[in-house]
Design a protein around this ligand. Structure first.
Ligand code: SF4
Length: 74
């Protein structure tokens, strides 16, 4: 079992909703990049997108602003 820092969040992308509009990649450039079709890709390996430090606030903004409601914080 791993422990998570209190200031970390895990961002989950619902791929059935995402249409690659890129709001999340613009808000979280240290965590996400875009593939050739514009869909978000994790910069680090792994299924969980761990967001830390100052980016936690941006992750919440991405959840709120995603036009497809495809994001949530776990
Ligand atoms: S903001 Fe939402 S719809 Fe746009 S790329 Fe990110 S998850 Fe997909």
């Amino acid at each position: 079992m791993t422990t998570r820092d209190a200031h970390e969040a895990v961002l989950h992308i619902d791929w059935t909703r995402c249409d690659g509009r890129g709001v999340c990649t613009e808000l979280l450039p240290d965590t996400l990049t875009r593939d050739e079709w514009g869909y978000p890709l994790a910069r680090r390996a792994g299924n969980d997108l761990v967001i830390d430090g100052h980016d936690a606030r941006r992750a919440h903004d991405a959840v709120r602003l995603c036009p497809r409601m495809a994001l949530r914080i776990k």
